[in-house]
Design a protein around this ligand. Structure first.
Ligand code: GUN
Length: 293
C-alpha cells in the first residue's frame, strides 16, 4: 500500500508558481493578488483562511483579508464583492464557504466576476469545465487531478466512484474524470443512494467527499483499489491539546491494508487545495496582465 501525500506534489507546484510569478513581476511589476472574504468566525473556516493568507504571503503574492460579521446583510456583502471586482490590483476573489444560513450562497458566488473566480464555482467557469474548455478548475478537484498525475495513477477505462455530489468537489471531479483524455467511467453516489456498498465495491478508484468521519469501512472497498479521501472532520479528542483531531471520511486503519494506494488525513488532499488556489490566482494574474480577462 502506498500513501499518497499531497505535500511533495504541492511542493513541485509551488516551485513552478515561484518561477512564473517572478517572471510576471519582471514583465509587469505586478504580484498575483488574492482577496479572501470570511463571514463570521467558524473555527474551521478561520483556520483555512489563515492558511491561505500564510501561503499567499510566503509566495510573495498580494493578499487582502476581508473579515465580516456573521449577521452581515446580503447587500453589504455583495457591495464588498463589487468593490473587489472593480479593483484592478485584485486578481482572485474567494468567499470562504459555508456562509451563514441567511445568505444566499448562489447569489453571492454568482456576483464574483468570472475572471476573478479562482475557486472555480461561478456558473460560467463550471459551464466551461463541463464543456471541457479552459477555465478555473475548483481547487480540491484540481488538486486531486494533480495528485493522480504525479503518482501516475491511470484513470483510462477505470471505474471511478465518487461519494458526494457537492458543487465544490463531487460534481466537478466527476466531470473532470470523464473528460476525453482522463476517460474514466464515473458513478456518483450520495446520501440517498440505495445499497451504496454495491457501488463502492466495484470502484477501481474511490473518491470520498461527504464530510462524515470514518464513513467508508473496509467492507465497502475492493481489494487493490485506490482511495482518495477528501474529508477533513474534527473529532473530539481529549488527549490532544486543542481538544480535537482531524480525521477523514475513510476509516484509514481498516481500509489501508486493502488498497494499492490511499491518501491520509491530514497531509493527503488537503495541502493540494491551497496549492491549486495559488495556481489559479497566478493564472488569473497572467490573464489580467495579458488583457485577456
Ligand atoms: N470551504 C471549504 N473548502 C473550500 C474551498 O475550496 N473554497 C471555499 N470558498 N470555501 C471552502
Amino acid at each position: 500500500m502506498k500513501e499518497l501525500t499531497g505535500k511533495e506534489v504541492a511542493a513541485s507546484i509551488y516551485e513552478n508558481i515561484e518561477i512564473e510569478s517572478k517572471r510576471l513581476y519582471e514583465q509587469f511589476q505586478h504580484r498575483p493578488t488574492l482577496a479572501v472574504i470570511l463571514v463570521g468566525s467558524d473555527p474551521a473556516s478561520m483556520a483555512y483562511v489563515s492558511s491561505k493568507k500564510k501561503k499567499a504571503l510566503e509566495l510573495g503574492f498580494g493578499h487582502k483579508d476581508i473579515s465580516l460579521p456573521a449577521d452581515i446583510d446580503e447587500n453589504t456583502l455583495l457591495s464588498h464583492i463589487d468593490d473587489l471586482n472593480r479593483d484592478s490590483e485584485v486578481d482572485g476573489i474567494l468567499v470562504q464557504l459555508p456562509l451563514p444560513a441567511h445568505l444566499d450562497e448562489s447569489k453571492v458566488i454568482n456576483s464574483i466576476a468570472a475572471g476573478k473566480d479562482v475557486d472555480g464555482l461561478h456558473p460560467t467557469n463550471m459551464g466551461h469545465l463541463v464543456r471541457e474548455e479552459e477555465t478555473f478548475i475548483s481547487c480540491t478537484p484540481h488538486g486531486i487531478l494533480k495528485m493522480l498525475d504525479y503518482y501516475e495513477i491511470e484513470t483510462k477505462g477505470k471505474h471511478v466512484v465518487v461519494i458526494g455530489r457537492s458543487a465544490i468537489v463531487g460534481k466537478p471531479i466527476a466531470a473532470l474524470l470523464m473528460q476525453k483524455g482522463r476517460d474514466a467511467t464515473v458513478t456518483v453516489c450520495h446520501s440517498r443512494t440505495a445499497d451504496l456498498p454495491s457501488f463502492t465495491r466495484s470502484a477501481d478508484i474511490l473518491i470520498v467527499a461527504i464530510g462524515r468521519a470514518n464513513f467508508v469501512t473496509s467492507d465497502m472497498v475492493k481489494d487493490g483499489a485506490v482511495v482518495i479521501d477528501v474529508g477533513i472532520n474534527r473529532v473530539d479528542d481529549a488527549s490532544r491539546k486543542r481538544g480535537y483531531r482531524l480525521t477523514g471520511d475513510v476509516d484509514f486503519d481498516s481500509v489501508a491494508s486493502k488498497c494499492t494506494a490511499i491518501t491520509p488525513v491530514p497531509r493527503g488532499v488537503g495541502p493540494m487545495t491551497i496549492a491549486m488556489l495559488m495556481y489559479n490566482t497566478l493564472s488569473a494574474a497572467k490573464l489580467h496582465m495579458e488583457g485577456r480577462k
